[in-house]
Design a binder for this molecule. Structure first.
Ligand SMILES: [Zn+2]
Length: 315
């Protein structure tokens, strides 16, 4: 049994053939070329799928099913992409069009949920059936799985943790709100906070660096830089507090942290755990594990293959 998992991004299409045990057999990627229109993107997906199947000695029709993660809001039941700004898609019937083109069953899902499925199946979330995955990057994405099933909620609001409100009248968010978690704890927010402190005269070993990212701040924090440590601790405080709210609301068995900053490991995970525990107070009967994501960039491919497997097993 061979499944095709596709991680469709604004810049590149990553795809992999995955076996029933979650092992990637072949993988490849091509530019998305979203500006050339929908038909061109679907054609590139088909070519990539055919090439990967060919490398494995298979025809396209021998694949069991296809799963695809989309950077946007998705109506899973109807197979529609409501809105994917990076792809310039709006109310596009991706599932049916791609199924017709490939002549295979296709399942679609939002990419943050797909990554969570991947981590639950083969990554840090193995052995759990209810997990919350939070991905820290330019923004903050999240996927929530309850009892093995993705929780979408009304209009897909289920698990948009990046935009839960942490501060009334806080920083302006691109979503139109104020004080959203991602304005306070994303990689972008860490850099913004750090620069604000520098401008206010706080000393740091990074003060003469013109180019500065969250990676450098995390490394400086690990190296004992006081200001970097302060910025990371503040971001972790917002993350830990938001996670405590999520634990009290839905009670996941484990929390998985993904994205670039999570790769720094304990320098960010430790303060998140500390603030989560503080926010839980006496409600914390037993700490909810806060784990570093294990699959990196493959989470999208593996999660999409899992989606394909679950969908095709219903036939
Ligand atoms: Zn927002």
């Amino acid at each position: 049994m061979c499944l095709l998992g596709i991680d469709l991004g604004g810049t590149s299409i990553k795809a992999g053939l995955v076996d029933i045990n979650g092992k990637i057999l072949k993988k490849g990627q091509v530019p998305t070329g979203a500006g050339e229109g929908t038909t061109a993107v679907l054609k590139r997906i088909k070519n990539l799928a055919r090439d990967l199947a060919g490398e494995q000695g298979l025809a396209l029709g021998e694949l069991e099913g296809v799963g695809i993660g989309i950077p946007g809001s998705v109506d899973v039941a109807r197979g529609l992409v409501h809105l994917a700004p990076n792809l310039f898609w709006r109310d596009f019937s991706l599932r049916d069009e791609l199924a017709a083109l490939l002549d295979l069953p296709v399942a679609i899902e939002n990419d943050a949920h797909v990554a969570a499925l991947g981590e639950m199946w083969q990554g840090a979330g193995r052995g759990y059936t209810s997990i919350l995955m939070v991905t820290i990057g330019t923004g903050i994405g999240s996927g929530l799985i309850i009892d093995g099933r993705v929780h979408h909620g009304l209009f897909g609001y289920g698990a948009e943790m990046g935009h839960i409100k942490m501060v009334c009248d806080g920083r302006q968010c691109h979503c139109g709100g104020h004080g959203c978690l991602e304005t306070l704890a994303s990689a972008t927010a860490m850099v913004k906070s750090f620069r604000e402190y520098l401008a206010a005269g706080y000393p740091s070993m990074l003060s003469d660096r013109p180019e500065l990212g969250a990676k450098e701040i995390l490394a400086a924090a690990a190296g004992g830089d006081e200001l970097a440590g302060r910025v990371i601790d503040e971001a972790a405080c917002y993350l830990g507090t938001a996670l405590a709210n999520a634990v009290l609301l839905v009670g996941p068995e484990a929390i998985i942290i993904g994205g670039g900053p999570a790769q720094a490991g304990e320098v960010i995970l430790d303060p998140i755990r500390k603030h989560l525990a503080a926010a839980m107070g006496t409600w914390q009967l037993k700490p909810v594990p806060v784990l570093q994501a294990a699959l990196g960039n493959d989470a999208g491919i593996i999660g999409a293959a899992y989606l394909a497997m679950k969908t095709s097993s219903q036939y």
